[in-house]
Design a protein around this ligand. Structure first.
Ligand SMILES: C[S@@+](CC[C@H](N)C(=O)[O-])C[C@H]1O[C@@H](n2cnc3c(N)ncnc32)[C@H](O)[C@@H]1O
Ligand code: SF4
Length: 372
């Protein structure tokens, strides 16, 4: 579920997120989300929803009662697993006292908190609306609300950041005891203010050293890296994201959302919603849909599955794409020859340490001829 509004647009962000001018029409937005859901129901075909993810944008700006109205509407239309993982992305600058308790009462049982850094100078340098104190308060609010399943987002490779500063941020995050941690290297995305006027960033080698140090520290603290940017305590992996990365099916509702569903004939259907929030609200909400061909399916599968530290099995490739593994063998063989992937006797393909470091190059081996 995509909720597109933010208090302010961060200068590095290329998500479909839009700065709020005045009050956002959340009641209308939730009505339209439910209408999107109605449209997709025939495709969901009575399947059980195992996870729900409110992403953004800044979903924590949505009034909890509106979020609760959506969840009640969802449960009335689609079987929701009794132990469904229901995640809310939250910006610490939007968490007032008692806010997480209200979200928990609405049904949210997992929170992903965009902390990014605990250092005032760095938070300012990347244009965040909150300071370190607010991040600490939001973490306290989580405990008060009884939400013990949570993720902290941290970024590294920030303007002027030293290795010691990156390590201090990680220590501060670990102090909070998060069951899950996501660690992203700041990337300069085309179309963003940071891309147009790049700040001075640590060089590649320094960023690599920050990542290696973090990997070592997190392993020592009992976290397992299960995806390029994700670490979790045992059993606390994000079920929702694991479904994306293993090329499972999902509905994508809201402005700019993409969904993917396997139809009864085994073919995959992709649906895209209109990107601009007001355009999507006015309707028509659907921008288009397509049925990716074999080459696109191989690429999309690899784009996702190769992010996983454990890679994928031949069996999951075949069941998730509906294609024989032979369709991927040219790319797999080349990646193996280059030392980027290894294959086990049991039919599991796994990125090597080198493959993880140069993941884009591994994924590019599966690009359809003529581009994705
Ligand atoms: C949709 S945002 C999370 C929720 C909320 N909007 C926030 O920023 O607190 C997802 C996460 O992606 C990461 N991110 C966004 N843009 C990035 C970029 N250009 N480079 C690296 N990480 C980025 C940030 O860590 C951010 O928390
Ligand atoms: S708050 Fe999050 S989604 Fe919004 S602009 Fe900043 S990084 Fe992007």
């Amino acid at each position: 579920m995509h909720l597109p509004w933010c208090v302010r647009k961060c200068p590095y962000c290329d998500f479909n997120s839009h700065e709020l001018r005045g009050a956002a029409p959340y009641a209308r937005y939730i009505d339209a989300l439910l209408a999107d859901l109605e449209d997709d129901l025939p495709l969901a075909d009575g399947r059980v929803a195992d996870t729900v993810f409110f992403g953004g944008g800044t979903p924590s700006l949505c009034p909890p009662e509106e979020l609760g109205r959506f969840l009640a509407g969802l449960a009335a239309r689609l079987p929701l697993a009794p132990d469904a993982e229901i995640t809310l992305e939250a910006n610490p600058g939007t968490i007032e006292h008692g806010r997480f308790s209200e979200f928990a009462a609405a049904g949210v049982n997992r929170v992903s908190l965009g902390v990014q850094s605990f250092q005032p100078g760095l938070l300012q340098a990347i244009g965040r609306i909150h300071d370190a104190r607010e991040a600490g308060l939001a973490i306290e609010e989580l405990a008060r609300a009884g939400i013990d399943n949570f993720n902290l987002d941290l970024m590294y490779g920030l303007p002027g950041q030293s290795a010691a500063a990156a390590a201090a941020d990680l220590e501060a995050a670990l102090q909070a005891g998060p069951p899950h941690l996501s660690l992203y290297q700041l990337t300069l995305e085309p179309g963003t203010p940071f891309h147009r006027r790049p700040p001075e960033l640590p060089d590649e080698d320094s960023c690599w050293a920050m990542e290696c140090a973090a990997t070592e520290r997190l392993a020592a603290a009992g976290y397992r890296r299960y995806e390029v940017s994700a670490w979790a305590r045992p059993g606390r992996e994000c079920r929702h994201n694991l479904n994306y990365w293993s090329f499972g099916d999902y509905l994508g509702l809201g402005a700019g959302a993409h969904g993917k569903l396997t139809l009864s004939d085994g073919r995959v259907l992709r649906r895209r919603r209109r990107r601009r929030p007001l355009g999507w609200l006015e309707g028509p909400r659907l921008e288009g849909e397509d049925r990716p061909g074999p080459e696109a399916l191989v690429f999309e599968f690899m784009l996702n599955a190769l992010r996983l530290v454990d890679g994928f099995s031949v069996e999951s490739f075949e069941s998730r794409t509906g294609l024989p593994v032979a369709a991927a063998l040219p790319g797999l063989g080349e990646a193996e020859r280059l030392g980027l992937l290894t294959a086990s006797a049991a039919g599991r393909w796994t990125p090597t340490a080198l493959g993880r470091r140069f993941l884009n190059d591994v994924q590019a081996l599966f690009l359809p001829v003529g581009g994705a």
